[in-house]
Ligand binder design. Structure first.
Ligand SMILES: [Fe+2]
Length: 121
């Protein structure tokens, strides 16, 4: 099988129950409440390398973490590859309920997406 071109797509684990080391290193893991109320501000943490540490140095690092609610862009955190781990906590107010989607970009391995469903009560 030909090697996948990680830069020609948004990457996701092919089998979430049996992830490769590459997938574990790059999957943005979302930590947030399992549900929320309309108008409620919730804390949403996103960490890359939670399942398996990702390198964090100028030559190989996570460049940013973006957060979306479904198709709506919410916010971004940028990283330098310096002495800052690619983990961030946002305070967000969800409007529709749905899928929180976190995207991260590795300078060597492309863009990766992780998600979490958060119904609005
Ligand atoms: Fe990487």
């Amino acid at each position: 099988m030909a090697e996948k071109d990680l830069f020609s797509q948004v990457n996701r684990p092919e089998d979430p129950d049996n992830m490769t080391d590459l997938e574990k290193k790059h999957l943005p893991v979302i930590d947030a409440p399992d549900k929320a109320s309309a108008g409620e501000t919730i804390q949403v943490s996103v960490e890359v390398g939670k399942l398996l540490a990702h390198p964090n140095e100028p030559a190989h690092h996570i460049e940013f973490i973006d957060l979306y609610e479904d198709e709506v862009y919410l916010t971004r955190a940028d990283f330098t590859g310096g002495k800052v781990n690619p983990k961030v906590t946002f305070e967000v107010m969800l409007t529709k309920g749905g899928r929180l989607r976190a995207f991260c970009s590795c300078n060597l391995h492309g863009v990766w997406e992780g998600d979490k469903l958060i119904p609005i009560e």
